[in-house]
Design a protein around this ligand. Structure first.
Ligand SMILES: Cc1cc2nc3c(=O)[nH]c(=O)nc-3n(C[C@H](O)[C@H](O)[C@H](O)COP(=O)(O)O)c2cc1C
Length: 335
């Protein structure tokens, strides 16, 4: 009995450590829309629907992509702690916000590949600007795409300059639509607090440049500063004008489990990219406007469904930072 209690105590402590890592996943507007419950050797992941973007993301698609990224990070961290995580996605159809049950089974010591990916969990950062001109080697891009595929998602590269141009133009159109629609603009304002805030969520002024360098083609940045001059000052390195490798993350279908797979594939791919000092910049505006998302799907995604538009490259310029909520706010020990 005592031994069992000790085992459970250790599992709870390890679960807490894994959750401390999981929260470093990317999430739309840094909403961190997740909650974790720990009972013995089981961790449950729930979506926190109060943090969904009701205007831009009414179906919770991006909320679940974000939670999927946290789920992959949790699994990775558990592996490093010596567990074999057994995951049941969406285990209860009557509770759609219960996204996953993760059972911590005894596992083997983590291999080098796992350790290397894990080392990037807190180092990985989103980028908002241009990239260095040199392209990542094709073999590395293939390996990054393979990481997404291993989780059931696909990264399609936009090589054709006209496809890149069209995606940039659609992003620009969506950005204009969102800026002139009060409900969208109010939602962005809610998730982009002013400098000096005590909040531990949202896209804060240290997370974006005060001026977004122009790339060719140019992918519109989100209007986090809303004309108030917030953001990090450019460094002496000067502006980087290369857009990087333009990619669409797509899934075979468009259900909540596909969104969770997209998030897991995204994070898995990003953690390999980060090992080679590559980062992603995201432009999800057009995918938040249903007609534009539909156009992107029919024109550029084959038979897949677009989940994210991103650019990948070696960041140049400002060192952007990010923040997370303290774990006690998002973790509950269930008895
Ligand atoms: C589903 C999803 C959509 C996102 N969309 C955007 C976006 O349109 N523009 C942007 O600048 N960042 C976007 N991001 C990046 C988040 O803002 C970022 O992950 C968050 O602020 C946390 O920062 P970090 O990734 O540096 O840890 C998105 C991330 C996710 C997971």
């Amino acid at each position: 009995m005592k031994g069992e209690r000790l085992m459970t105590g250790r599992a709870t402590e390890d679960a807490r450590r894994a959750i401390e890592d999981a929260v470093w996943a990317p999430s739309v507007h840094n909403t961190q829309p997740w909650r974790f419950g720990v009972r013995g050797t089981r961790i449950s992941l729930r979506a926190d629907a109060d943090r969904r973007l009701d205007v831009a993301d009414p179906d919770g698609r991006e909320m679940l992509i974000s939670c999927g990224a946290a789920l992959y990070t949790l699994r990775l961290s558990l592996r490093v702690l010596g567990y074999e995580p057994e995951v049941r996605l969406l285990p209860d159809p009557d509770r759609p916000h219960l996204l996953a049950d993760v059972q911590m089974e005894p596992g083997k010591p983590a291999g080098e590949e796992t350790e290397r990916a894990y080392a990037q969990v807190r180092r990985r950062r989103s980028h908002r600007g241009g990239f260095a001109a040199e392209q990542p080697p094709p073999s590395l891009l293939d390996a990054i795409r393979y990481e997404a595929e291993r989780e059931g998602a696909r990264l399609i590269r936009a090589i054709d300059v006209h496809v890149q141009g069209a995606l940039a133009a659609l992003t620009d159109a969506a950005e204009h639509i969102q800026r002139r629609t009060p409900a969208y603009a109010a939602e962005i304002a809610r998730w982009a607090p002013a400098p000096g805030t005590s909040r531990t969520d949202g896209v804060q002024h240290a997370a974006y440049p005060s001026e977004t360098p122009r790339t060719e083609p140019h992918f519109a940045a989100r209007d986090f500063a809303r004309g108030r001059g917030w953001g990090i000052e450019p460094t002496a390195d000067g502006p980087a004008s290369h857009p990087g490798v333009v990619m669409l993350l797509v899934t075979a279908a468009d259900t909540p489990s596909d969104w969770l797979r997209a998030g897991q594939g995204l994070q898995r791919a990003l953690l390999l990219a980060a090992q080679h000092d590559l980062a992603a910049a995201y432009h999800t505006q057009a995918l938040q406007v249903p007609r534009l998302r539909d156009l992107i799907r029919t024109q550029f995604c084959g038979d897949g469904h677009p989940q994210l538009l991103l650019r990948l490259g070696r960041p140049v310029g400002e060192d952007l930072t990010s923040i997370r909520r303290p774990v006690p706010e998002i973790m509950i020990i269930e008895s």
